[in-house]
Ligand binder design. Structure first.
Ligand SMILES: Cc1ncc(COP(=O)(O)O)c(C=O)c1O
Length: 426
């Protein structure tokens, strides 16, 4: 292991992150399982990229068959991208009917912001202060935790609003959040920049997936639209049925965004991402800037993405996310009866977790405890992580084939680990 770490440092440079105190060296995957180089098996409770399961045979077969036949770019005619975009956009509400395919979620968000500028003639962007939307020069500025030391001063166009937090902030209907957005809008207008867009993950997953009633985002969407700006929903994590009740997170929120971006699960690990928008916005973008992406929308990527949709539909994985997610909420709530350190249990479809606090009254984050639990779980063969502003909330976001038997193993191991993990490190 240390050899590999040393080679990484030499070849990839410093500060390249790995998960866990003892990083995992994975060599094989199948469904919800991963194996390390010594043949040890891990239950994957973290990776949403392998959406329909690691090395899903349908996706691998589709990839191989297309790779054996042809792979080019979109300057040649090919049905693959058209068949896929038709099928993809059928999952959206009107008038979201056109798409650009990219290779990463970052590129998709970059295009979305450029579309918003093209459409509004303004540059002001509003995001939450605990989010992550990607790594291009423009998009990397959206992450407050990550505002780059270099980046051509694009931060001037950004306004961050306090991220929602259903555990600590009382905002049952989204009006408080909308008021924060309104203040950011006023500031951008007063500074002469104006508002191009509000960009959010519709279930605020990186922020800690707060509990929100359906329609919670509507007041903020109204504020932005009234100011002439666009709503961009980043579905990179929330989309493709993960929410359980709806195929897209924004549908759960009761809004129709102007632009939707997606990625991670779209190609089950093959780099496929995209932007879906209205014909008007697409036309404005396409005529105001030349856009070509060598790999975006190639026939192999489209075949993989189509196989993901087939698999989701055939195995009814969205319904499964709804059912297993509800069970997970129950099981975590039962653990909260035993462990005082669990301050809050949260769940949206197949995303669930527990927020750890040192004291339920003060809600003081138990971030160090969360860290020790995550590492102990890894040592027991269960891969998960933590997130949120205080990094004290378990992030459990498994591949969609995750079933009741896997949930049993996860909860039994978590119970055992928590029973042996003191609140204060010895
Ligand atoms: C919500 C969200 N948007 C965008 C991205 C960026 O996607 P990519 O890493 O494919 O560029 C991420 C990546 O973690 C993400 O979580």
């Amino acid at each position: 292991m240390s050899d590999l770490m040393e080679r990484r440092r030499e070849l990839l440079g410093p500060n390249v992150s790995t998960f866990y105190e003892e990083p995992v060296h994975i060599v094989r995957g199948d469904g919800v399982w991963l194996w390390d180089k010594d043949g040890r098996r891990y239950l994957d409770c973290y990776n949403n990229v392998a959406h329909v399961g690691h090395c899903n045979p349908r996706v691998v077969d589709a990839l191989c068959a297309q790779a054996r036949t042809l792979n080019t770019h979109t300057r040649y005619l090919h049905e693959g991208i058209l068949d896929y975009v038709e099928r993809l956009t059928a999952t959206f509400d009107d008038p979201l009917s056109t798409a650009i395919m990219t290779c990463t979620g970052s590129e998709a968000n970059d295009i979305a912001l450029r579309m918003a500028e093209a459409m509004t003639g303004k540059r002001g962007i509003i995001a939450t202060d605990a989010t992550y939307h990607g790594n291009t020069t423009l998009v990397s500025h959206l992450s407050r935790s990550n505002v780059p030391a270099v980046g051509f001063g694009l931060g001037a166009y950004l306004r961050h609003v306090e991220a929602p937090d259903s555990y600590r902030i009382d905002d049952p209907d989204g009006n408080r959040f909308a008021a924060l957005v309104a203040r950011a809008v006023e500031d951008l207008q007063a500074s002469g920049i104006g508002v191009a867009a509000l960009i959010v993950c519709p279930i605020f997953l990186n922020e800690g997936f707060p509990a929100q009633a359906e329609g919670w985002l509507r007041p903020a969407a109204e504020v932005v639209h009234k100011a002439g700006g666009l709503l961009i929903c980043d579905e990179v994590q929330a989309g493709f049925g993960r929410c359980g009740s709806h195929f897209w997170g924004h549908q759960k929120q009761g809004v129709v965004p102007d632009i939707v971006t997606m990625g991670k699960p779209m190609g089950n690990g093959h780099p496929v991402a995209g932007v879906v928008t209205t014909p008007d916005i697409m036309a404005r973008f396409r005529t105001s800037s030349r856009y070509f992406n060598t790999f975006g929308g190639n026939p192999v990527s489209c075949a993989a993405a189509m196989a993901v949709l087939d698999e989701l539909q055939e195995k009814d994985l969205q319904a499964k996310a709804l059912a297993i997610g509800a069970m997970a909420h129950e099981r975590l709530s039962a653990l909260a009866d035993t462990y005082e350190v669990i301050g809050d249990v949260r769940q949206t479809g197949m995303v669930f977790g527990a927020e750890f606090v040192t004291d339920r009254e003060t809600k003081q984050p138990a971030s160090d405890y969360a860290d020790r639990v995550v590492n102990a779980m890894r040592n027991r063969g269960i891969l998960l992580s933590k997130l949120g502003r205080h990094k004290n909330t378990l992030k459990i976001r498994p591949p969609m084939p995750f079933g009741a038997e896997h949930l049993d193993l996860l909860i039994e191991t978590l119970d055992d680990v928590m029973s042996q993990t003191p609140l204060v490190a010895r």
